[in-house]
Design a protein around this ligand. Structure first.
Ligand SMILES: Nc1ncnc2c1ncn2[C@@H]1O[C@H](COP(=O)(O)OP(=O)(O)O)[C@@H](O)[C@H]1O
Ligand SMILES: N[C@@H](CCOP(=O)(O)O)C(=O)O
Length: 296
């Protein structure tokens, strides 16, 4: 067992927008909406206090996602925490395609690593991605900026790419929720070769557009790989993505939806696009990923 490096940490973790069009399970970008969590070592037991998003819905016992990820991380790094007081102040909306579950997992993993005096690294990403099932949004939440994620056998890998300052996201968030697990179930096991080729070109272009030339984002964010299959889950989202794109605004479904991601120049949407039913919010790109500080 490793000795505890600290008795408590404060963790700030960003939301994320995954896929960015055709980069299904491969591209993610961290966003400037953050959950704040405190992990304090206590003599025994588990105390979980949640405020903000999801407060009335998430369990406050050992089933809590942050607690599960934290305990798995503690086991991996070899620290034993006798008891935990966890305080969560949530700002990331749940089940909207903004990476709330990835953020919760990354926060728990980062805290577990910090208790062993370690920073989040490739083994932390591996654990977080195993929990989430894919590394696109977990890598973005962990390392910030744009993430390119891939798998090598059963290993999850990712690199961080610096976003261009002209990438200015607007998220359009509807009231209704959509579970990622449910809409992953709508995806086919095979797609036409033509669509795969379309996706390869678009997702490669997306990396260039996001890092070097935002004028190419409209083409780059086009998708045939997941959005058409998930459309029955969120028809209003599909309509809004189409209207934005028809008005020349780069737009895609954020993660597994139902939020819409738009990347208009200067973060300004044309007034003629009807966004009724969605709350439009300009958000920064988060550049640093999860942050951990000792509790004072
Ligand atoms: N901060 C959190 N604390 C506890 N559970 C969470 C948290 N964030 C997300 N979850 C769990 O994950 C679910 C949402 O996950 P998911 O369907 O993947 O949507 P999202 O796109 O928001 O990640 C929530 O309904 C909740 O069960
Ligand atoms: N690639 C995943 C991304 C899910 O992101 P989330 O923020 O909706 O959890 C997918 O499209 O299923």
């Amino acid at each position: 067992m490793t000795a505890l490096a600290v008795r408590g940490v404060r963790v700030t973790v960003p939301a994320s927008t995954a896929n960015l069009g055709s980069g299904f399970d491969a591209l993610g970008m961290a966003l400037g909406v953050h959950d704040e969590l405190e992990f304090a070592v206590v003599d025994g037991g588990l105390e979980v206090e949640v405020s903000g998003e999801g407060a009335s819905a998430v369990p406050t016992d050992e089933r809590h996602l942050v607690v599960r990820a934290f305990r798995a991380a503690c086991e991996l790094v070899g620290v034993e925490v006798p008891g935990l007081r966890l305080t969560c102040r949530n700002a990331i909306p749940h089940a909207r395609g903004l990476g709330s579950s990835a953020a919760a997992i990354v926060a728990g993993v980062a805290a577990g690593f910090a208790f062993a005096g370690r920073e989040s690294d490739t083994s932390a990403l591996q654990l977080a991605a195993e929990f989430e099932g894919h590394a696109d949004n977990a890598a973005a939440a962990m390392f910030g900026g744009v993430a390119i994620a891939w798998t090598q056998g059963d290993r999850f890998r990712a690199v961080r790419v610096e976003p261009h300052p002209g990438v200015t996201p607007v998220v359009l968030v509807p009231a209704e929720e959509s579970s990622t697990r449910t809409t992953r179930g709508l995806l086919p096991s095979k797609v036409p070769h033509e669509d795969a080729a379309f996706a390869a070109g678009r997702s490669a272009l997306a990396v260039h557009a996001l890092s070097s030339d935002p004028s190419l984002l409209l083409d780059a964010l086009d998708d045939r790989l997941h959005e058409p299959y998930r459309e029955p889950a969120w028809p209003a989202t599909t309509r809004l993505v189409r209207s934005l794109r028809a008005a020349g605004v780069a737009a895609a479904v954020s993660g597994a939806g139902p939020t819409v991601l738009a990347l208009p120049p200067d973060g300004v949407l044309p007034p003629r696009v009807d966004t009724a039913g969605f709350q439009a919010r300009r958000v920064a790109v988060d550049l640093g990923g999860v942050r951990v500080a000792p509790l004072g």
